[in-house]
Design a protein around this ligand. Structure first.
Ligand SMILES: [Zn+2]
Length: 423
């Protein structure tokens, strides 16, 4: 940074960073080299701030020559500023696009490897891959900037992909995914490990590490591992505290970006989750909590990238107030900001899956009205339909259309994979 000698008033007259070197030529111009003409100074963020003296003098219409030069220079600098901002936004968009492409590619590589290493049968391979491909294509499509399905594959693989995965390619911009790719991965891992928690967490730790290695490698070390767009930070496990009880799992919403997350939560509430869960999520702060039977437990685990391990984590305030179950670890009130939306947490999916798989619990859950009277399952479902469904439909359509998603004339439809045709 160059600094001129103090002016007659003892203040630094000229502070011009190297970037602005051409400006130093101005001090040769007698018109500009006056005590009153002050160059812009720079804020901490590098933005120029025009001096008050210069502005005041430019306001004076009698000082015509000064006014003309000053305003011209100001206009030029503002145009340069706009151009720099535009270039920086384009660079940022390009980086975002790279992260989505590399995330999708890394996810598909790891998922293929997982299916191969676990000797998945042909039907499973075809079903799971179609769902994962569709969910990734959908995410690329609604993302800003948009990523096309072709961008996730090397050029020489594209013909095969087009032939084998016709349905995901035909429907990624007309049909909705019922789960994020990570939730589909968790479902497959739960299946191959027979619901055993320790094995599931171990398998996930292994695959999470592979995601980051592949993601980082793919873009020649240009990407930050934290920008991997398809991972879930938290996994949740729900069960009934009885011998041989079924275990269900769920992941937090694993899409990067505010709008894709909002879309996935809205789709899940409308078309995927048990409606008792959807009702509670839609009620937000005014919900009274879903009362589960006393022996229902829920424990969650957060993935730490520092050591590639899961660590037990207590529920957030939203989950603690929404789901009345035995949490392990217990809820602890903290001052931490919880800025994620209702329905984002892994507990939502794992408890919804528990209701899906267990009829007794499904029939036993209830909530309370404003007079603390019990509202049973049947009435909760009616309330959801009457008070929330229409509005939620509109919200999903509005969100999707804002992302260039074509909503079918038949309404909102979930993607279902094609059956494998044996030749
Ligand atoms: Zn939560």
């Amino acid at each position: 940074m160059e600094t001129a000698a103090p002016d007659s008033r003892g203040t630094d007259r000229l502070r011009v960073p190297t970037l602005w070197a051409p400006w130093t030529g101005c001090i040769q111009n007698p018109l500009l080299c006056t005590d009153q003409f002050l160059f812009p100074s720079f804020s901490k963020t590098g933005e120029f701030i025009w001096s008050e003296d210069g502005e005041n003098r430019a306001e004076n219409k009698q000082d015509h020559r000064f006014r003309t030069v000053y305003l011209k220079k100001k206009k030029n600098m503002e145009a340069e500023k706009r151009q720099r901002k535009k270039a920086s936004m384009a660079k940022h968009k390009n980086y975002l696009k790279q992260t989505i492409k590399a995330s999708g590619t890394a996810f598909l590589e790891v998922f293929h490897k997982l299916l191969e290493e676990t000797n998945a049968n042909t039907d499973d391979v075809f079903q799971y891959l179609q769902r994962v491909y569709h969910a990734i294509f959908f995410f690329g499509h609604i993302n800003n900037p948009q990523v096309n399905p072709k961008d996730f594959f090397p050029a020489d693989a594209w013909n095969t992909i087009q032939n084998v995965f016709q349905r995901p390619l035909a429907e990624y911009n007309t049909h909705l995914p019922s789960q994020t790719p990570y939730s589909i991965l968790l479902e497959y891992i739960t299946k191959i490990h027979g619901g055993r928690k320790e094995s599931i967490l171990e398998e996930l730790e292994k695959r999470n590490k592979e995601f980051l290695v592949n993601f980082y490698k793919d873009e020649k070390n240009q990407l930050q591992p934290r920008n991997f767009a398809l991972s879930a930070t938290v996994i949740s496990h729900s069960c009934v505290n009885k011998p041989n009880s079924a275990n269900t799992y769920g992941s937090s919403i694993a899409y990067k970006g505010t709008v894709p997350r909002q879309i996935m939560i809205a789709i899940s509430a409308l078309l995927v989750w048990d409606k008792v869960i959807s009702y509670e999520v839609r009620c937000k702060e005014s919900g009274r909590g879903i009362q589960f039977p006393n022996d229902v437990c829920c424990d969650s685990y957060k993935f730490k990238t520092s050591n590639n391990k899961y660590k037990p984590v207590c529920p957030c305030t939203k989950c603690y107030e929404s789901y009345i179950v035995k949490f392990d670890p217990k809820f602890v009130k903290t001052d931490k900001q919880e800025d994620w939306p209702h329905g984002n947490c892994a507990e939502t999916e794992s408890l919804s899956n528990l209701l899906r798989d267990n009829e007794d619990i499904r029939n036993a859950v209830h909530t309370y009205d404003n007079n603390k009277e019990i509202v049973n399952r049947e009435n909760i479902i009616k309330r959801f339909a009457n008070e929330h469904e229409d509005e939620l439909q509109k919200e999903v359509k509005r969100l999707l259309e804002s992302c260039r998603f074509h909503v079918n004339q038949n309404g909102l439809e979930l993607f279902t994979p094609a059956a494998f045709a044996y030749i």
